[in-house]
Design a protein around this ligand. Structure first.
Ligand code: GRG
Length: 299
């Protein structure tokens, strides 16, 4: 059946992807009553809520490439585990010191700071264990996935981007520097979702390159949109443009480009991502829906 036919629509697939993710995460995370109970309960707490966009990208890219969904479960869980760990650590007092995440107390508020540190550590290691044990993939594919995810999440990827971000407070960055910071801080984990699907499908180099272009466009568009949504939310609540980024004197895409040009840049990147998806396959339904879904998000 064609992936662009109505029977294979976004509305049927996304709930199915999310159910798969839910089952796979439940099987991976130790039960909350396993010793040490408090840590395991807090790990589960940290993974609840959220839009699961990174896992959806793994499933959507994999389905476009014809990969059976059971071969994608480990990769979908691994990116969500790394993402959840990054949020728990980002919220800690030594970093952003946030009280709320996903509409409820952050892990260190609901538990304590030491538990927050350990939860992040344990979620991170669990991500790599999931890939090492991934179903339906050969040893070379599992090792390639582990390498891709370590690179994306380490000091040359997400952690490095976070370090540059922290060092950039009170500095006005050039647009090029801001893009490079976000290509690491948020973009690398979004890009790796496409790389993991490509590894599961054993794609040739040309397809890998186009998939990577799709992932880079979505990653940057997502971050620009995040800055725009933050600014709009802050303006609505405070009645003026005095949100957290401004309070911390951080460069953002709207602060460098202006609000409307930042929106336009994000829209152009979503269009570029859709063009890349169409050049991967004439039947790229899941990637196209996903680009639309992310573009239309309001939180
Ligand atoms: C602390 C090692 C370490 C890294 C932190 C990604 C990151 C690096 C910090 C997150 C800070 C932040 C809010 C960045 C903005 C973009 C972003 C990642 C937003 C949250 O992602 P969503 O919207 O979150 O996908 P949900 O809750 O839906 O999962």
């Amino acid at each position: 059946m064609s992936l662009t036919s109505p029977e294979v629509s976004f509305d049927t697939r996304v709930p199915a992807y999310l159910r798969r993710l839910d089952h796979a995460m439940d099987a991976l995370l130790p039960p909350g009553n396993t010793d040490p109970d408090r840590l395991h309960e807090a790990m589960r707490y940290a993974c609840e809520g959220g839009k699961h966009l990174r896992a959806l990208m793994v499933y959507a890219a994999g389905e476009t490439l014809g990969v059976a969904p059971e071969k994608l479960d480990a990769a979908a869980c691994a990116v969500e585990l790394i993402h959840a760990y990054s949020l728990v650590h980002d919220d800690l007092p030594g970093m952003d010191n946030d009280d709320l995440r996903r509409g409820r107390p952050t892990v260190h508020k609901a538990y304590d700071v030491a538990t927050g540190i350990l939860v992040g550590d344990a979620l991170q290691t669990l991500a790599f264990e999931a890939l090492a044990n991934a179903n339906g993939l050969d040893a070379e594919q599992r090792i390639r996935m582990i390498k891709a995810l370590t690179h994306a999440s380490g000091s040359l990827g997400m952690v490095g981007g976070q370090a540059v971000d922290m060092a950039s407070e009170n500095l006005t960055l050039s647009l090029e520097r801001l893009e490079s910071l976000h290509a690491r801080k948020t973009g690398a984990l979004i890009l790796v979702t496409c790389q993991l699907a490509g590894i599961a499908a054993n794609v040739p180099d040309r397809v890998r390159d186009v998939l990577e272009h799709f992932g880079k466009c979505i990653g940057l568009a997502f971050q620009i949109q995040d800055d725009v949504l933050d600014l709009v939310a802050d303006t609505a609540t405070l009645g003026k443009t005095a949100g957290k980024d401004l309070a911390q004197n951080k460069s953002t895409f709207p602060s460098l480009l202006g609000l409307e040009p930042a929106r336009q840049r994000a829209d152009a990147l979503f269009d570029e991502a859709r063009d890349a998806a169409r050049s991967i396959s004439s039947d790229a339904g899941p990637l196209l829906w996903l680009a639309d879904h992310i573009q239309q998000r309001n939180h």
